[in-house]
Ligand binder design. Structure first.
Ligand code: TXA
Ligand code: MG
Length: 349
């Protein structure tokens, strides 16, 4: 299959979006930018179209997709009931980086929900994403547009790397803003539960609906005995090719320990790298140093993290050592992704 790239930064945006929308209407696959990461879209109500998404990504078919909508009316066709807390969350955070889990209607095929009776729905704030959904006239099922197991794509070039030849079209809208996937909140129970942390933090959600729980799969490795509530959380997502280790502790101790580890590797001729911050970059001896952002602005770390992991993949680095970040607010989402990428391999100093 030839993958067509439509660049939205050099004019004729409306025509290009209309062309991409026709591909979705015909049951094809289109990658498009959202404010979180690039998504791989297909008609959410079309079972075979959803099946193509799983095939292109190499994704296990029990890992359900998120249905993206452009306006509230589209929710009626997807959600069997909309609890009061969901209305408050939607009023506060839609359009935006928040996905809600509802009981599904019969219109939503099990091929989209991975066999579940619930459906994940999100209204993105990215103009291109909403224009595409509107033009397609259907809810658009879209997981992140990466090969299953690789970091989510934050640029069209990342999508091309993974899916060239496997999908019909890529809408290139430039780099995304946030860089980490949406917060997922399950609103089907008594108390809303965060299944995946993201830009919308627990504190932000609690300010709107009172108490919000966090699924235990968010903080630690999934319990092999218990099925995680978001099936995707059981897979080792976001894995770089190199063995990634997080070093945590006092700032100077972390730097000293990482210097010791990389000295050892470099002396043995083993290629290694370090994920550090703008504030600490001058203190490392390792030659392969990548500053992911500034500790003073966690949003820069979220924005760059997946791109940095992909850069290491291109270099055949064997070991990566990363500083750890404070877990509050956006830091919780950053550390959730970093720990998964590291397979929960953490050294405490
Ligand atoms: O920011 C995002 O959410 C991006 C952009 C493209 O919108 N999409 C995204 O999709 O991250 P994906 O497929 O990579 O992650 C979807 C997650 C998975 O962990 C999946 O298991 C969970 O949502 N999920 C989907 N439907 C669910 C459901 N009915 N119940 C529980 N979890 C669900
Ligand atoms: Mg994904």
């Amino acid at each position: 299959m030839i993958t067509e790239v439509l660049c939205l930064m050099d004019g004729q945006e409306a025509e290009k979006i209309a062309r991409a929308a026709r591909i979705i209407q015909k049951g094809g696959l289109v990658a498009f930018p959202t404010e979180t990461v690039y998504g791989l879209g297909a008609d959410a109500l079309h079972e075979e179209a959803a099946a193509k998404i799983y095939a292109a990504k190499g994704r296990p078919s029990d890992n359900p997709l998120i249905a993206h909508i452009a306006d509230r009316e589209q929710l009626d066709g997807l959600a069997a009931s909309v609890p009061a807390c969901a209305v408050k969350l939607m009023d506060a955070f839609w359009p935006g980086p928040l996905t809600l889990i509802f009981q599904k209607t019969e219109a939503v095929p099990y091929g989209t929900t991975g066999g579940l009776d619930t459906v994940a729905v999100r209204m993105p704030s990215h103009e291109t994403a909403r224009a595409l959904i509107r033009a397609a006239g259907v809810p658009v099922a879209a997981p992140s547009a990466n090969t299953s197991g690789r970091p989510s794509p934050t640029t069209a070039a990342h999508v091309w790397e993974d899916l060239n030849g496997k999908i019909n079209c890529i809408l290139d809208g430039g780099p995304v803003g946030i860089g980490l996937e949406s917060t997922i909140i399950d609103v089907t129970g008594e108390v809303p539960v965060i299944l995946r942390p993201g830009y919308i933090s627990r504190e932000m959600a609690e300010a709107v609906v009172g108490i919000v729980d966090i699924d235990r799969a968010v903080e630690g490795p999934p319990d092999p005995q218990a099925a995680p509530k978001a099936p995707g959380m059981k897979y080792r997502h976001y894995a770089p090719k190199a063995e990634l280790t997080i070093v945590t502790g006092g700032q100077q101790d972390v730097i000293d320990q990482i210097n010791r580890l990389t000295d050892e590797k470099e002396e043995a001729g083993i290629p290694c790298g370090v994920i550090c911050t703008e504030e600490s970059r001058d203190q490392y001896r390792c030659r392969n140093l990548k500053a992911v952002g500034s500790r003073l602005r966690p949003e820069t770390i979220a924005h760059n993290l997946y791109g940095v992991l992909r850069e290491f993949d291109e270099e055949d680095t064997a070991f990566i050592y990363s500083e750890s970040f404070e877990e509050g607010q956006l830091g919780q989402a950053i550390m959730n992704r970093l720990k998964k990428a590291a397979g929960y391999h953490i050294i405490q100093v």
